[in-house]
Write a protein that binds this ligand. Structure first.
Ligand code: PFF
Length: 444
């Protein structure tokens, strides 16, 4: 079998992992979930979820990945717990399902880049969304987005993924800072900042049950946790890199990008009417923003830059989603990377087709991942590292770093008790959402 590739440098790994984390979740979903769930109140709960639950969970995946040094399924075998491989498999499955609809939204982004040039959405933003979000245009754009993803993954870990993310991540940061600076000049920006940044703790208290599950789901999704992606990526990592330091950098940059996206989106929304109506699901975000761009001076240029940023972010994530099943098949069955990337990509594109029929299918796929697959996967990972894996595996956390064994022990107890408890609670509340959608005909 071919020699396993590794990242050419620690920075290469960080870029790729940040690329996976920074995606549609940060720039599209985060501001609109915030808008839908009471503004700053949601922001507070989300930040707690990212740092208190997300970061420790990322360490769980890093420990399994670096110690397992192989794809997410074989990693469990290498650690000596082959009967837990299904946990890695569940992550691979979730990646596959997620990529199938993520690519459909990636296709929408392509259409909005085109619309910024042609002025297609300037007149009637709702009608434009209707014309590109389902039907032939949606199918075509979905296939183009998937083809680009396949192209990058087929080129390999260093030549494809590492090289692409090293260009895309700095571009995203620079362009977002530019957009946020421009947004300060908008009339109404102050009202936007206020909605975004001054939390009403009363809102948190009275809506706790409805804010926590989306905040938690968003935290896992944005950090690419529960998809085996971080297991796969950290398996290419050198033995003497510090897992907590790398993870900390990834979480901080990812959070910065989400916060920055809020500094772009809220002033724009408030300059043209406010956040009401912007948080109602997959499509409303595109309609609200495109409508705003259509009403602003030089809106086409701003729209073009914004959707280009969104495209980079989406691609740097979609390649990580494809890398997971591809690394699994190439290593387990010895099939070449190019063939595998093409075959898996094509299969995933087909699975995503229903999401091009209408946004209800997309919402359904999204809710299954957020409310079911993700929490189950994170729960299993926490139980495995917390209660099953031996201490030698646990100590992987401190290898190559200056943290002491008391840090490792504190983390271990956190992963044993707090993470699974919070995740189970989220799962319960999320199942209610799914059940309601299915029984009241909300989806189909
Ligand atoms: N973290 C990405 C985002 O926020 O858009 C989405 C994602 C990528 C989730 C890769 C999971 C994953 F494995």
């Amino acid at each position: 079998m071919a020699e396993r590739e590794t990242w050419t440098s620690r920075i290469g790994f960080i870029f790729a992992a940040v690329g996976s984390a920074v995606g549609l979740g940060n720039i599209w979903s985060f501001p609109f979930q915030t808008a839908a769930n009471g503004g700053a109140a949601f922001l507070v709960v989300y930040l707690l979820a990212v740092f208190l639950i997300g970061f420790p969970t990322m360490m769980v995946e890093f420990v399994i990945g670096r110690r397992g040094e192989s794809n997410p399924v074989a990693a469990f075998e290498k650690l000596g717990y082959g009967n837990w491989s299904f946990t890695g498999g569940l992550g691979v499955f979730s990646s596959l399902v997620t990529l199938s609809f993520y690519s459909v939204v990636g296709g929408w982004v392509l259409s909005y880049i085109a619309g910024s040039v042609t002025g297609g959405y300037f007149g009637d933003a709702g009608a434009y969304f209707g014309s590109v979000a389902s039907g032939p245009v949606a199918i075509g754009a979905h296939l183009v987005f998937m083809a680009i993803t396949i192209g990058i993954v087929a080129s390999g870990v260093t030549d494809g993924i590492e090289r692409a993310t090293k260009v895309m991540i700095p571009a995203i940061l620079v362009l977002l800072v530019g957009l946020a600076a421009w947004a300060t000049t908008l009339e109404g920006a102050t009202a936007g900042y206020e909605y975004y940044l001054s939390p009403d703790f009363g809102v948190i208290a009275s809506n706790f049950g409805s804010i926590v599950p989306p905040a938690m789901g968003q935290a896992f999704f944005t950090l690419s946790l529960g998809f085996s992606v971080m297991i796969a990526y950290s398996s290419y990592l050198g033995r003497d890199d510090s897992l907590p330091a790398d993870g900390g950098a990834i979480v901080v940059v990812n959070t910065l990008v989400a916060l920055l996206a809020g500094f772009v989106v809220f002033p724009i929304l408030f300059a043209t009417g406010g956040a009401e109506g912007a948080g109602g699901g997959a499509g409303t975000a595109f309609i609200a923003l495109a409508g705003a761009f259509g009403n602003l001076p030089a809106g086409g240029v701003i729209g073009f830059v914004f959707f280009a940023v969104l495209l980079f972010a989406a691609l740097s994530s979609s390649i990580s989603l494809l890398e997971v099943p591809v690394s699994y098949v190439t290593e387990n069955y010895g099939v070449g990377r190019r063939t595998t990337a093409l075959a898996m990509g094509a299969a995933i594109a087909v699975i995503g087709l229903p999401a091009t029929f209408g946004t209800t299918w997309l919402d359904f796929y999204n809710d299954v991942v957020f409310n079911l697959l993700l929490p189950i996967s994170v729960f299993l990972l926490a139980i495995f590292v917390g209660w099953v894996a031996d201490r030698e595996a646990i100590d992987e956390l401190g290898r190559g770093s200056s943290i002491g064994s008391s840090f490792t022990t504190a983390w271990l107890w956190w992963v044993r008790i707090v993470v699974p408890t919070v995740v189970l609670m989220t799962l319960w509340l999320g199942l209610e959402t799914l059940y309601e959608g299915l029984t009241t005909g909300g989806y189909f």
